[in-house]
Design a protein around this ligand. Sequence first.
Ligand SMILES: Nc1ncnc2c1ncn2[C@@H]1O[C@H](COP(=O)(O)OP(=O)(O)OP(=O)(O)O)[C@@H](O)[C@H]1O
Ligand SMILES: [Mg+2]
Length: 478
Amino acid sequence: MRALSRRLVPRTLRCQLTAGLVTLLALACLAVGVTTVLALEGFLRGRLDQQLTSSGGRFAASLEHEAKPDADNVFDTRGQAESTFGARLLNGVVTQAAVVHDAADHRVPLTPADRHALASVPVDGHGHDIHLDRLRAYRVIAVHGDDQDVLITGLPLHPIEETLHRLEAVEAVVFGVALVATGIAGALWVRLSLRPLRRVTVQAANVAQLPLASGEIAMPEPLADADPATEVGTVGNALNHMLGHIEDALKRRHASEERLRHFAADASHELRTPLANIRGHAELALRHQGSVPPAVHHALERIDAESQRMTGLVDDLLLLARLDAGRPLERESVDLTLLVLNALDDARAAGPGHRWLLDLPEEPVTVTGDAHRLQQAIGNLLANARTHTPPGTEVTVALSTEGAGAVLTVTDDGPGIPPELQPEVFGRFVRADHARSRSTGSTGLGLAIVHAVVTGHQGTVDVTSRPGHTVFRITLPG
Ligand SMILES: Nc1ncnc2c1ncn2[C@@H]1O[C@H](COP(=O)(O)OP(=O)(O)OP(=O)(O)O)[C@@H](O)[C@H]1O
Ligand SMILES: [Mg+2]
């Protein structure tokens, strides 16, 4: 029911306005039509009554002489309009009834119902409608005759009805044409008037399609000639105003993002040299020939290990900062098959407790991109499959082609990624167990780098994971 009414009621503003216009005009036409028909009917009836009054029952009075057989024209039809009806009543009973026409016999045969109808006409000199079986609808007046009789004179109503029907037909045609013309012209007019609103809609739709989440956003030009005197102009101005605010906020956000990125890049860059020095000194001290207390030796080893970890972290941060800044990647032909084989060799060496499987197509798979970065991304996925799963886990690396591009999947049957972590797993510093990861050296940057590298290649990366089945899927264009 609701759906039906929704389908019947026009939903667009354009249709609503046009439908409203046509409905109002239809109501106006109806009012004009009914008024003119009623007014004309009143006027014509008034004129008929006048005619009847002025005839004054002359024709009916002449019916008295009907019995005279010698007269040629027994009724006095002179000056009487065609179809004038006359009847004479004596003591409430119709004695004669005739009608004026060309034929010789003017008498009208009356049914009992006709007689009854004639007998019940009030003798007040005013017009009344009656219906006679032979003559149909008549307007009659009744007056008292000279010799105690009642004289009824009538004129037919059908000419009035015909006139009114004709008027109704003409009005129906004229109003119908006017409604159709108004509907068409109104629709065009409304369309024309709402054209600026379409521009507002297009503008809003354009902005809605912009990737506002991050980066530098080029807002579309503000709407021109939005006249504040009109409703649509007000909407346009409000939109311009709002977009101006949004553009301002986005510029400020972009500037702050840029500052942060520069800071991360500069800080990681600046940290590299002192870190290299610390590592160098630690290695030098470890190579010291003389006797070193075991506690000092252990401390030096920790310094060496931690500075190595920190170097890796700083390198990751620097790489992310550079990828964020849109630093162009190398664009060379990369043999993905070779990268996968190398990465798997490293993984086998680092995780001998895992079962490493390979699924490669016959032909080598090549894409255009940065071999070093891609190697790093694949390495990160394999490192995750090794470090976040227990020994004995089966890890399968599969490579295939898709159109001109390539698809790489890394599947493991480990414990899986907690569901609450999955939506943000490609974010920075996102990891399942913060306390444990600090001791295992996990930072939560591995998948962020995979994501940045893959999107830098215009590819996609996603993950599906449940306990016993985790799949990372990378697609790269050719
Ligand atoms: N194959 C996997 N199985 C289970 N959990 C995973 C797997 N891969 C990633 N994770 C979860 O996702 C988190 C984020 O991974 P990511 O590679 O970004 O960081 P990380 O491995 O913790 O640290 P990093 O790679 O920087 O040393 C991990 O901490 C881990 O909880
Ligand atoms: Mg990792």
